[in-house]
Every structure is written in C-alpha cells, then in structure tokens.
Design a protein around this ligand. Structure first.
Ligand code: ADP
Ligand code: MG
Length: 894
C-alpha cells in the first residue's frame, strides 16, 4: 500500500440545514456529521449509497456513475451506489487510494420497521485497520501506530490483523523516523495540534485530549478487565507517554470497531535496552529487508526466509529489524538453531509438520471479529489439526527454548475437534450456498435435509408416474430460478397434455406446465431450503463464536508456531548455505575467519566468491580499507555488518569461524555518491548522518563507513573522513572505513589502534585483475587510470593520463607525501597546500583568476596540478575527460 495522506477534502457541500429534506436524507446527514473524515457507505436495501460530496469523490475514485436522488422540497442530491455483494472490492480500492470508509448498516428489518429504518455505522475501515485479506501482505505486519508526546514519544503499535499490541518509548525525532521506517505503519494517529512525524505516512489526527495518560490507564485496565495497568509492567509516572498512546489507541479502536475487538492481545512493553536500535540508514544500506534499489538485487531477509508459515515470515522480519543486545538471550536462540542444524531429521519432521499450518493469527482475528467464512473456519481447523504432529516432532529436543516451546504446547484439540465435527470438509466459500454444516452435527438440520431430500425424490418420481399416466414418453421435470419446478412437453406431444395442467412458458420446441401437485411439493422443497439456510447460518455463527472465544489460545499457539518456524528456518539456511555458529562474547572484538557476504555470494557464479578474514580487537579498532573502484570494498564492509546483525538475531553466519563481541549499535553510512538512489545526494545529509554516529557510537558499537566524504571535493572529503575516523578511534568503536582515497592510509600510521588494508588487485599488462582479497597494508595507487580504461575512455586519453600520473607521483604529490602531510598537519587541506609549496595559511590561487604580474610557468604548472588533483576520475565521463584535457592543453599553451 502506498502511504498517503488523507487528501484535502473538497469543500463540504453537505448542507448543515436539514429542514425540508426527506427523512432518509436527514438520517444520512445526522450520521455523516459524526463521521466527517470518512466516506460514508449508507446501506439502502441491496446497495451502499454515497450522497453529496462523498458521491462525487467516491464515484470518481471508483469509476461509478454519478446520479441524483430526489430530496423532497430541496434540490436533488448527488448519489452513487455500490451493490452490497461487491462491498469488499470497492472498499479495498478506496483504502488503496488512502481513504477511510464508514460502513453504515440497517439495524432492523425494513419489513418490520416503524417509519424509517434504524441505521448506524458498525465499522470504519482504514488503511491501518483493514482485515480484508486482499489488502494485507502475508509476510508483513499491518500496523497502526499511535504517537503521543513530542520527543520523547510514546508509541502504541497494533496490528489488528493479528491482534499484536506493543508499547515502545522513543527518545527523539531521529529515532522516531527510524522506528517508523522499520515498522512501515499503514496508518499513524497523532494529536491534532502536533507536527506530523517525519516521512510520508497515512496520517489520522485526533483531538489532543484523547492522548491523556490517566484516561489511558483506565481504558487499558477496562479493556483487558484488569484492576490496573501495573500488571502489564506499566508505571503511571514513568510510562505516562505509553499510557497516553494506549488510551488514544483504544479510543481509536472503539471508534473504528464499535462492535468490539476480542482478539486484541494485552500490550507487550518493549523497554529500551533489550533490542538493538537500528537506524534507517543502516537498515537501508545493509539491505536488510529490501534492496536499496527496489527490484535490483536481493535483501538479507529474502536470503534467510525459508519459513513455512506467514506468522513465521513476519516474525523473522521483525527479528531482523530488532536484533538483540544481550549475549545470553542471543545464545538461547543460537542453541535452538544449533540443535536443529545438528539434527536434520528432526528439523525436517518439524518443517513438514509446519507445512499445513495456515495464517493462524489472521484466521483467528477474522474469526473473532465475525468475518471469517466457512472455508476460513475450516482452514483454522485443519491448521489446528496439524499442531499435535508439530508437538510430537519437537519431542526429545534439548535446547532450552525448544524444550520450553514443547512443554507448554497447547494443541487446541478441543477447538480443532469442534470445527471438524461442525464444518463439512467440502464446504463452499459462501454460507448461502449451503452444505456448510457437516452431516451428524445437528439432528434438526439432518431432519430438514431429509425432508427436502424426500420432496426432491418425490418430484423426480413424478416424471415416471406422469409419463405412464399421460403417455408422453418425452416428459421431463426441470427446475429454474424464475419458474421453479415445471413439466416440459415437446411440441409433437402437446395433444396429450391433460387439461388440468397450466401452461407457464413457451419455448421453440416445447411448452412448460405446472400442476397443483408439483406446486405443492415444490413448496415443501423451497420451504425446507429456507429453513436449512437459516439453520445453517445460525449453527455456523454459533460455532464461529465458540471458536472465536478461544482466540487467545489460538494466538498463543500461533506465536509458538512462528518461533519454531523461524528457528527451524535459520537452521535450514545455515545448513544449506554452510553458515557457522558465531561465538558471542562480552569482549570488544569482531573476529571473522573466511567471512562471506550472504547475498553477494549467491549472486556471483558458484564458488567464485572470495571469503575474507577480518579482525577488530584491542590491537586494531579501526580498519582503513582502500582499493580501486569495483575492487570489493563495499562488499567486505557490508559483509561485516551483515554478519554482526545475523549473529545478533540468533542466526548462524556465513564464515568459517566467527567470534563477535555483542554490539550496542551497528552503524552503516554510505557516502553521498554511492547513495544517489535513495535521493539523498547532498553532502549535508551525509554529514548530518555522520554527526549522529559520532554522538551515538560507544566503545561497543560497530561502525561501517563507506566512502564517507565523497560528496564534496577531494580535500574536504579527505579532511572530514580523517577527522571522523580519528574521533571514532578515540571512542574505541570497532570501525571499518572503506575509501578509494588512498591518502587516508596515512591515518593508519598516525593512530595507534588503526591498521590499513587493501582489497587487492593485480596488474596484468596494462589491465588490472580484481582479486577481492583483503590484505594488510594500504593500496598506494588508486588505479583510477586502469578503471578509466576498463570503462572505455579512449586509449590516447588514458595514455596521456598515465603520463600525467607518473609526473604527479614523482612530485610532492606522491601518495606517501600526501598521506604524511595529512598525518602531521591535522588540518588536511592546508597541509596539502603546504606540501604543494604554498606558504602556510595562504589560499591557493583560484583557477582562472587574473594571474600575478610575474606569473611563471611554475605557477601555471601548479595550477594544473591542483586542478588535476581535484579531478574525480570515478565520476568523469569519457567526454568530460576529453574536454578537460583540451581545456588544460589550451591553458598550458597560453
Ligand atoms: P567497491 O566498493 O570497491 O567499488 P564493490 O564491493 O561494490 O566494490 O564490489 C564490486 C563487485 O565486485 C560486486 O558487485 C561483486 O560482484 C564483486 N565482488 C565484490 N567482492 C567480491 C568477493 N569477495 N568475491 C567475488 N566477487 C566480489
Ligand atoms: Mg563501493
């Protein structure tokens, strides 16, 4: 669903003054006045009608014909309607368009109503509260997030399609953006007066007074029937914002589902400190749940997701976005995964048992809200039938978590049994099609079916009896919806038709007749049909209610199934992809032997991915990784981040061996030009993000910086990168800095716990071969010229560039010279100029500025060198290169 704000309303044309309108329109206006921000679907007979501006907007969005309706003494009213049968379809389209729809039903039988039929809104469907399957994605949660407060914030997060309810405190604006980025809520509810949260979300505003902590506490207690919210681990003083958000959420749910919501689970309070906070940039740059460029490449989630059930898939996604930070908690998960890895037979049995289990959470929600049809109830039953098999498959497992999951397992045999005995295994989708309730469930129903069957048999028997009696050997008895049962006689036999038959219908070759006897038996069939339908509906509803009453148990079972699914899935991937169990430790270390990038390794040709070792520890906290473009720097850097995060969700990792000290945060930043796709190309953004790392990183953080400083000129870039790295080194965070500025290698020399590495390439004649091997030492050359050749720059230009490069490298500009200058000077840019021969503190002449009287060739040469140094070969197109050369040549000649 595309996030959208509720579009600005067209000027309200709904008249405030109702005098003179018909009673129906008056009733409409009264109800509409209570639901100004929804399209009102007003039930009239077999249609939901929209009036006034709703009709105009709705007909536009749905492609309906706009008509009008008489309104007594007043002007005709615009009208558009949709048939009741097609409600889901139309509502879905409005929700997709970002609208909300209030469903107003007739609350009494029109035949029995005195005067105008009573009507009211029974539910409001919004992007965040839909339960329609077609609007939900199986592998993702559909959240409404209610936000209370203004930094700090209290968040109440609910997925109505599964009943999950969570409370979470968020410190500031930036964290809020990250949190929302991770949840991707379908709808956000905020107080009317507050500034909208960052991001393009579907926003709903509600009055400020609904966000009240005291009221929230009361509502929470009342909703879940407890004495106080303390039972949920909430404290009135400390958690005022969470209580405020809860209150506003529950009020909102009451508003959209006045009939109640039995399947909402008690809130889980998610305290800071248990899970790792993942910011937006890290989530995106590491491509955790979706690739950076949609449609290109794969996410880590895609690689890991071999779950068998939708709840498992959703849980895996949530876990990936909320890694743990406590080593012992992670180990509990790893133990379970390990046992599943070591006992492949058991794992296969478990996964087989998971296969028939459908979306228990969403089925339960649909049943509890009374919207499940017969097939869904049957689906729940069949899913529950699979639970004892799953429990048996878990028998004998020893890992703590698996044993826990097994021991408390509720196979819900009673609920499954109830569905099994009540619902016909061949039930149709729609209740009205009949045959929903299984034979033997209700003696009354079976008897009615018997009566009906006898009547049908009797009518069938009439065909033979009447043939004998009348001698019409072609006589047939048929049935159609318009005329009911009839006797059909071909034209040639019309002479034999008895007088007492009444003709009903003439066809080309035949006539159709009725007889009183036939009518009478037809009456019995149809009467039984009616009663059967009514009885089936009643029985179905009562079974659905019985099952709905057990929704809490179903949800608990669903959560267990999800967890088992995820653990078995991670084991499955670990085995298939040859992952290893990471050793979690409290030391500040990241030591990975033969690590691989879990996604890239599956995209390159089989067995061609080159594994790399990486070690960050007390000796080396900062790795400077240099190497030419395309050498594999970004890959090795992201690989470190992915391995770390996988370990923190309790997954095995792609490596031969891994020892990982728990991280409080993992930061990943990618320099501006590597990140154009995200639309964040400005240097400012890059620096803002870098600033947040410097503020947020601790000694326990893992910081991955890819080409930071690239968004500006070389000097600025190098200087900033230099200073940032120095600070991170001071903090002691494990840091990997990938850069094609080989000048930064000098950092490794100047900082005690930093080391330079390069992703090696080999020169082969005039070409280079990428080896993708991380080796100690800096790369002394950027190989930009080689890459330019690979990219198709004309050979003479490349040749010329190579000669210029040799001149440069032999002068004070040589790699060592520059790095060393930076290392000493601290103020990178000035030192560079000094190295180039400028007196300290004096700015270089601006290119093209009117030269000094005795401008010498040396000045011109300096200027050229200066410009050349500034040239970013990685970004230059062949044409630009040629033009630049032509320009310089002209400059040199002048
Ligand atoms: P850089 O960041 O140095 O420009 P990348 O990390 O983006 O380079 O890698 C460029 C490409 O090289 C990747 O898309 C991948 O196809 C390939 N590559 C990178 N690392 C490896 C590796 N270890 N083994 C095999 N191929 C690799
Ligand atoms: Mg790169």
């Amino acid at each position: 669903m595309t996030p959208a704000r509720t579009p600005a309303r067209t000027p309200a044309r709904t008249p405030a003054d109702t005098a003179g309108s018909t009673p129906l329109i008056r009733q409409y206006l009264e109800i509409k006045s209570r639901h100004p921000d929804s399209l009102l679907f007003f039930r009239v007979g077999d249609f939901y009608e929209m009036f006034f501006e709703d009709a105009e907007e709705g007909s536009g969005l749905l492609g309906l014909t706009l008509t009008s309706r008489n309104n007594g003494g007043k002007r005709d009213v615009p009208l558009a309607g949709v048939p009741v049968k097609a409600l889901d379809e139309y509502v879905s389209r409005l929700i997709e368009a970002g609208r909300r729809v209030a469903i107003c039903e007739q609350l009494e039988d029109p035949a029995e109503a005195q005067g105008i039929v009573r009507r009211d809104v029974v539910e409001i469907i919004t992007p965040g509260t839909v339960l329609e399957d077609r609007l939900l994605t199986a592998k993702r949660n559909n959240y409404v997030v209610v936000i209370a407060g203004r930094a700090p914030f209290g968040l109440a997060i609910v997925d109505l399609s599964t009943g999950e309810f969570e409370l979470r405190a968020v410190a500031g604006e930036a964290d809020l953006r990250d949190e929302l980025g991770r949840l991707e809520p379908a709808e956000i509810v905020v107080p009317e007066e507050s500034a909208p949260p960052p991001g393009a979300w579907h926003l709903t505003t509600r009055p400020e007074w609904r966000f009240d902590a005291e009221q929230g506490e009361e509502r929470l207690a009342a909703w879940f029937g407890v004495a106080s919210s303390v039972g949920f681990g909430l404290d009135a003083a400390r958690d005022a914002l969470l209580l405020a958000a809860s209150g506003a959420l529950l009020a909102y749910l009451e508003e959209v589902r006045p009939s109640g919501l039995d399947h909402l689970r008690p809130p889980r309070v998610d305290r800071a400190g248990r899970v790792m906070y993942l910011d937006d940039m890290t989530r995106r740059n590491l491509e955790l749940v979706e690739p950076l460029r949609p449609g290109e490449g794969a996410s880590l989630l895609e690689r890991l997701d071999r779950t068998r059930t939708p709840m498992g898939a959703r849980l895996l996604r949530r876990r990936l976005l909320r890694p743990l930070v406590a080593a012992d908690e992670i180990r509990v998960r790893l133990d379970a995964v390990q046992e599943f890895v070591e006992r492949p037979e058991v794992r296969r049995r478990v996964r087989r048992a998971l296969r028939p289990i459908r979306d228990l959470e969403r089925l339960a929600a649909r049943i509890a809200t009374g919207r499940a049809g017969p097939r869904e109830l049957l689906g729940l039953g069949l899913s529950l039938d699979a639970l004892p098999g799953l429990a048996a498959a878990l028998d004998g497992l020893e890992a703590g978590r698996l044993a826990d999951l097994r021991s408390a397992f509720d196979p819900l045999a009673d609920v499954a049994g109830r569905v099994r005995e009540a619902i016909d295994p061949d039930t149709p989708h729609a209740l009205k099609d009949g045959g929903v309730i299984r034979r033997g469930f209700s003696p009354e129903l079976d008897e009615l079916r018997g009566v009906r069957g006898n009547a049908v048999d009797f009518i069938a028997g009439m065909q033979l009896r009447e043939r004998d009696r009348t001698g019409i050997d072609t006589l047939k008895i048929g049935f159609n919806k318009v005329f009911g049962y009839y006797l059909e006689v071909t034209k040639s036999k019309l002479g034999r038709v008895p007088e007492e038959w009444t003709r009903r219908q003439t066809l080309t070759n035949a006539e159709r007749y009725l007889t009183p006897e036939l009518k009478e038996w037809e009456g019995r069939v149809l009467g039984a049909d009616d009663e059967i339908q009514r009885l089936e509906a009643r029985l179905f509803q009562s079974v659905r209610e019985e099952v709905g009453a057990e929704v809490g148990r179903v949800q608990t079972a669903a959560a267990r199934v999800a967890e088992i699914d995820v653990l078995a899935c991670l084991a499955e991937v670990a085995e298939a992809e040859d992952y290893v169990r990471p050793a979690l430790t409290e030391e500040v270390v990241f030591d990975v032997e033969e690590g691989r990038h879990p996604v890239v390794e599956t995209t390159v040709a089989r067995d061609t991915f080159i594994p790399n070792d990486m070690r960050l520890d007390d000796e080396c906290r900062t790795m400077i990784v240099t190497g030419p473009n395309m050498a594999g720097k970004s890959t090795v850097l992201r690989q470190a981040g992915l391995i770390a995060l996988m370990a923190h969700i309790g997954s095995f990792v792609p490596a031969r061996r891994a020892r990982i000290g728990v991280c409080d945060r993992v930061f990943t930043r990618v320099g501006a030009s590597d990140n154009l796709a995200a639309g964040l190309s400005t240097f400012m953004v890059e620096m803002t993000e870098t600033a947040t790392i410097l503020h947020g990183a601790s000694e326990r953080s893992l910081v991955l910086l890819d080409e930071i400083g690239r968004g500006t000129s070389t000097y600025d870039g190098v200087s900033i990168a230099w200073a940032v790295t120095e600070r991170l080194h001071e903090i002691g965070a494990r840091t990997v800095f990938a850069t094609h500025y080989h000048e930064l290698v000098g950092l490794a020399e100047s900082l005690p716990r930093a080391a330079a590495f390069n992703v090696s390439v080999r020169e082969k004649g005039r070409d280079i071969v990428f080896l993708y091997r991380l080796e100690p030492g800096g790369s002394d050359r950027s190989y930009g010229v080689h890459v330019a050749r690979l990219a198709g720059l004309p050979p003479d230009v490349v040749g010329r560039a190579a000669r210029i490069l040799r001149v440069l490298e032999s002068g004070p500009w040589g790699a060592g010279g520059r790095g060393a200058a930076l290392a000493e000077g601290g103020m990178g840019q000035l030192s560079l100029f000094e190295a180039a021969g400028f007196p300290a503190g004096q700015a270089p002449p601006a290119p093209g500025s009117p030269g000094d009287e005795d401008a010498t060739d040396l000045d011109a040469a300096r200027e050229l060198l200066e410009r050349l140094a500034r040239l970013d070969l990685d970004r230059l197109t062949p044409i630009e290169a040629l033009n630049t050369l032509a320009e310089w040549k002209a400059f040199g000649d002048a």
